[in-house]
Design a protein around this ligand. Structure first.
Ligand SMILES: *Cc1c(COP(=O)(O)O)cnc(C)c1O
Length: 355
């Protein structure tokens, strides 16, 4: 008999972001900032002095030091990854056995369940409340009673843009000490509830960070895991030795060594997010085009609307890409000009739909 793919991968299809070219891309939560020439040149100059015939530093020491310095933490607790995506994959594959239960929350970032599926780890889905907030008291009770081996979620959440407070989160982590908490802080640069600085104090905690959002380096593929000594040693031991390539290490180090620039970008993205939120609220008041606009804590705004598909299609037809998610839209903050065109388009669409 001919070779057959196994059951779990037979029906998988490659991840496909929106294809085609659009004038305005507000669909992938990237930063709208491109590197200023002087930082780009500094980074490329550093890249020119690397030796590509040699393997990269497996510990990515320079990069990890720059990351730790920028966030005021100890580099000893940091592991670099080829995007946080690689670290999620690594954690799900190495820290869980097939019979272990990995709890995810719904709705949340889909990659957690995806990797659980690929590695044959039993993933269960804990539902969020009607208002899309996470009931940490109930989740804590569920984790305690069910004997889950771990739980993974994003905070702030992609796609809801809602954030769990540091206090509630740490309380939960303390209450279920035999359960591994993987807290994905991909968007925490835009919020103020980070547990990064205390991550090493909890033997059952891994915090994930990425350079793909606030830092504006999605193309480099850089992510970080921050955890205590035991977990960090295990991560270093199970990761592929040369997971972060020399050029990414080098350019990432150069950019993370520009705190003034990064902080300025971050402030501007937060202002942009607020402007986007206010603009959408105005349209909501005028046309009832949305059902709910969730108060955002990230670089995107999440809206609930029965018209999601219509609005999405009509925006695409105007060369504006946002993310369509069932009865919801997720819209990334962009430049003033992009927002202006978005608002104009939404106003036109509202009129077309006779709202
Ligand atoms: C964008 C995103 C990431 C980033 O992944 P990278 O692989 O570092 O680009 C991780 N987690 C969440 C929830 C995200 O939205």
């Amino acid at each position: 008999m001919a070779y057959q793919l196994n059951q779990k991968i037979r029906n998988l299809v490659p991840y496909k972001p929106i294809s085609g070219t659009y004038d305005i891309r507000l669909d992938a939560n990237e930063s709208y900032f491109t590197l200023p020439d002087e930082i780009y040149e500094k980074a490329l100059k550093a890249a020119l002095s690397t030796q590509l015939n040699r393997y990269p530093d497996p510990a990515a020491k320079g990069l990890v030091r720059a990351f730790a310095e920028f966030y005021h933490i100890d580099p000893e607790y940091v592991t670099a990854g080829n995007g946080s995506d690689e670290l999620i994959s690594l954690i799900v594959s190495a820290f869980f056995e097939p019979e272990d239960e990995l709890v995810t929350v719904v709705p949340d970032f889909s990659m957690y369940q995806f990797y659980a599926g690929v590695y044959g780890v039993k993933a269960t889905a804990f539902p969020k409340k009607e208002d899309l907030t996470l009931d940490t008291v109930r989740l804590s009770a569920y984790l305690k009673s069910g004997g889950a081996r771990g739980v993974i979620f994003s905070n702030p959440c992609n796609p809801t843009s809602l954030c769990i407070s540091r206090r509630h989160l740490l309380q939960m982590i303390r209450e279920v000490p035999n359960c591994l908490f993987v807290v994905d802080e991909a968007y925490m640069d835009f919020a103020e509830e980070s547990i990064l600085s205390v991550a090493h104090e909890y033997p059952n905690l891994i915090v994930l960070r990425t350079c793909s959002k606030a830092i504006g380096l999605a193309g480099l593929r850089l992510g970080f895991a921050i955890a205590g000594e035991t977990i960090t040693r295990a991560l270093h031991a199970v990761k592929s030795p040369y997971n972060v390539n020399t050029l990414s290490q080098c350019v990432g180090t150069a950019v993370l060594s520009e705190p003034m620039y990064l902080i300025r970008c971050n402030e501007q993205i937060i202002s942009a997010r607020e402007a986007l939120y206010k603009g959408l609220l105005k349209l909501y008041a005028k046309f009832r085009i949305f059902d709910t606009i969730y108060e955002p804590t990230t670089n995107f705004v999440f809206v609930k609307t029965k018209l999601a598909k219509d609005i999405y299609d009509k925006l695409l037809a105007r060369s504006i890409a946002v993310r369509f998610m069932g009865g919801y839209l997720r819209i990334t903050a962009g430049t003033k000009e992009e927002h202006k065109r978005l608002f104009e388009a939404l106003e036109e669409i509202a009129k077309e739909l006779a709202l």
